[in-house]
Design a protein around this ligand. Structure first.
Ligand code: HEC
Ligand code: HEC
Length: 446
């Protein structure tokens, strides 16, 4: 015991001495970072990057046609995880076994824990969703899988046009693209005049085989919630995919990473961000050039760039194809040649909570991602060099600088408590986010 105390006091002394020595350096670092962050900010202020509280519905960006309320967010939160709504499965063994959260798992930064998300037709969860595999009763072509890595939903309220190609949403970068909205892929719904999230979810509920109808909502117990949240919607239109989508969207908008160390630092708590993260943040906003593309509140942006990363079909994956429109990026939607192979700059808070990065999940570890940006050598020979972003160029980072950048991505930008966005139970009472036999064991639901 005594020995422990001794070691402890020595440690305290050491840390104190160390911090004291570093004091002037730290103050200098904080000043430097504040100046760099303000300089990157679209409105020139540090405060621009402070994210609102998750219940501060006045300040979370919302669709004017879908105002946020606590009850609506709560309804969406239940349905997002509720395997009881998974009634449109292709096979009886899939019914009631998956949810939106099968592919957007809080522990995995609201991405799948595995390379490619599988909802209907998948089995198992593992610890963070990494052990999900195909149910062999399903043919590959019958699985609910996509030819792209799932985007994170953390801070998605700041995404005006959703999907890697930004195809959803009537406004923002899609103004002027009306001519191609009828070309299929669900974008004709952009004509309804909603923002990206709302528009996409109308389509997403159907694509992901989730059922919304009055008898089902009655049987699970959702009807009174719909009655309260959508009291002003005529009864015959109240229990539909459209209303449900609005509730899903309200919930997604409330997923804000406001407890990340970088957020606390922005709010004035200088000790919240560790030394390495600070050095990494300084690189992010200077030498490493990240800020030239990742500059909005979510540290993403509505720009589209080609980094020449590999597509999903170029790696072992389920049912992905060389001629999938998703491989063409923004150009697959707008059909403009200059947009080919360009992908949206995604938000990156909690991005290192799961492996696999970029639209084709081609880079497995966050360290490899930093090296990809450092070398700036496109890996996908299908992408003509003329399309590669002019802002994507070698960085000449030292090993230590790369480590600092990784620390900022892994720790500085990580909200450690995304679990608050998960309900403690769902109205159906079923296991969630998955309820197939293997997941029930993995998730400890027995
Ligand atoms: C089978 C896995 C899977 C399931 C299940 C799933 N998603 Fe996704 N999600 C994805 C993929 C993949 C993308 C990116 C697709 C693309 O851009 O081409 C995505 C993207 C999104 C985005 C866009 C984010 C952005 O920044 O553009 C939203 C919003 C979203 N999903 C919501 C949902 C909702 C709501 C549900 C349930 C109805 C759901 N997802 C179910 C895989 C899934
Ligand atoms: C030229 C603009 C540009 C620059 C500069 C840039 N990024 Fe990105 N970033 C993107 C785009 C575009 C994507 C998505 C590319 C794709 O999937 O095809 C992306 C993807 C990412 C992802 C993966 C997100 C996910 O969901 O898979 C992370 C993390 C990231 N960038 C961090 C950084 C860091 C760190 C830097 C600085 C070293 C940086 N970026 C510099 C444009 C840029």
């Amino acid at each position: 015991m005594k020995k422990k105390i001794l070691v402890f006091s020595a440690l305290v002394f050491f840390v104190a001495a160390c911090t004291k020595d570093k004091m002037p350096v730290l103050v200098e670092l904080d000043n430097q970072l504040r100046n760099l962050v303000s300089a990157s900010s679209p409105d020139g202020s540090l405060d621009f990057y402070i994210l609102p509280d998750e219940t501060d519905y006045e300040n979370i960006p919302a669709d004017p046609k879908n105002p946020l309320t606590a009850k609506k967010v709560e309804l969406g939160k239940f349905m997002f995880y509720d395997t009881g709504l998974a009634q449109d499965a292709l096979k009886p063994s899939g019914i009631g076994t998956y949810s939106c959260a099968t592919c957007h798992i809080p522990e995995a930064g609201f991405k799948p824990g595995s390379f490619q998300g599988i909802a209907d037709g998948g089995l198992g969860f593992g610890i963070n969703g990494e052990n999900r595999v195909r149910n062999t009763e399903y043919e590959e072509s019958e699985l609910d899988v996509q030819d792209a890595r799932a985007l994170s939903l953390v801070n998605v309220a700041y995404v005006t046009n959703t999907f890697w190609n930004g195809q959803f949403g009537a406004f923002g970068v899609n103004e002027g693209t009306e001519d191609v909205w009828e070309n299929d892929e669900g974008t004709e719904r952009n004509h309804l005049g909603f923002s990206g999230i709302e528009t996409q979810n109308f389509e997403g509920l159907i694509a992901h085989r989730i059922s919304i109808n009055k008898p089902l909502l009655d049987s699970i117990g959702y009807t009174p919630m719909f009655d309260e949240v959508f009291a002003d919607v005529p009864e015959e239109e109240r229990y539909t995919v459209e209303t449900a989508s609005l509730a899903f969207s309200a919930y997604l908008r409330s997923i804000i990473s406001n407890k990340a160390p970088f957020q606390n630092w922005l709010r004035g708590n200088e000790a919240a961000l560790d030394y390495e993260s600070k050095k990494g943040a300084i690189l992010f906003f200077s030498k490493a050039n990240c800020y030239t593309c990742h500059y909005n509140q979510n540290l993403g942006s509505p720009e589209f760039h080609a980094l020449g990363v590999n597509d999903m079909y170029q790696q072992p994956s389920y049912s992905s194809e060389e001629d999938d429109f998703r491989n063409l990026g923004r150009g697959g939607f707008t059909l403009n040649e200059e947009d080919l192979y360009k992908f949206k700059v995604p938000g990156i808070y909690n991005n290192a909570d799961s492996d696999f990065f970029f639209h084709g999940a081609s880079v497995k570890k966050i360290e490899e991602l930093v090296e990809y940006f450092n070398l700036a050598e496109p890996e996908n020979s299908n992408v003509p060099l003329s399309q590669i972003s002019k802002k994507f160029k070698p960085l000449n980072l030292t090993q230590e600088e790369k480590e600092h950048l990784v620390q900022f991505l892994k720790v500085g930008l990580r909200d450690p408590n995304l679990d608050r966005y998960r309900p403690s139970s769902v109205p159906s009472g079923l296991c969630f986010p998955n309820a197939d036999p293997q997941s029930i064991i993995d998730l400890g639901c027995q």
